[in-house]
Design a binder for this molecule. Structure first.
Ligand code: FES
Ligand code: FES
Length: 161
């Protein structure tokens, strides 16, 4: 079957089976390998993407359900030469170790900051509670989200002014 969906702002048509997962569509059919597969069971958050404004575990979403949807993956957030402030903050605070959890962490952080531009530490912990990191102990990830909130706030006021 063929479905069409918008991925990172581009309309894509993809031939899939009824059993294809959104994760496979992204990684295998579209080559967007920034989205990772950890547990494959909806528990680790490595495969997190934003679909129609909601965080989803793409390993649990049957690709046919994504027909007509809008999906944002880590590749759509920033580029190597033009990092999103959340990406910059993860780099600057040293929150990235092996990096495997980071695309999902960053998309979960984006969703959190879109809804709550000035989160308290507890709110950050809650917002990222679906994403597991085996390396960092989370402290630097929390620092990164705090820094991103400040950067995004600053950039918005610059634009206002
Ligand atoms: S790979 Fe999807 S939640 Fe772990
Ligand atoms: S940086 Fe390695 S799992 Fe998070």
């Amino acid at each position: 079957m063929k479905i069409s969906l918008t991925v990172n702002g581009q309309l894509r048509e993809v031939e899939i089976t009824p059993y294809t997962r959104l994760l496979d569509l992204l990684r295998e059919d579209l080559g967007l390998t920034g989205t990772k597969e950890g547990c494959g069971k909806g528990e680790c958050g490595a495969c997190t993407v934003i679909m129609d404004g909601e965080l989803v575990a793409s390993c649990l979403v049957p690709a046919p359900q994504a027909d007509g949807s809008e999906v944002l993956t880590i590749e759509g957030l920033g580029s190597r030469d033009n990092l999103h402030p959340i990406q910059e903050s993860f780099v600057e605070t040293g929150a990235v170790q092996c990096g495997f959890c980071i695309p999902g962490m960053i998309l979960a952080s984006k969703k959190l900051l879109d809804e709550n531009p000035h989160p308290a530490e507890e709110e950050i912990r809650l917002g990222l509670s679906g994403n597991i990191c085996r390396c960092t102990g989370y402290a630097k990830i929390i620092d990164a989200v705090m820094m991103a909130a400040e950067k995004m706030d600053g950039r918005e006021s610059d634009q206002d002014g």
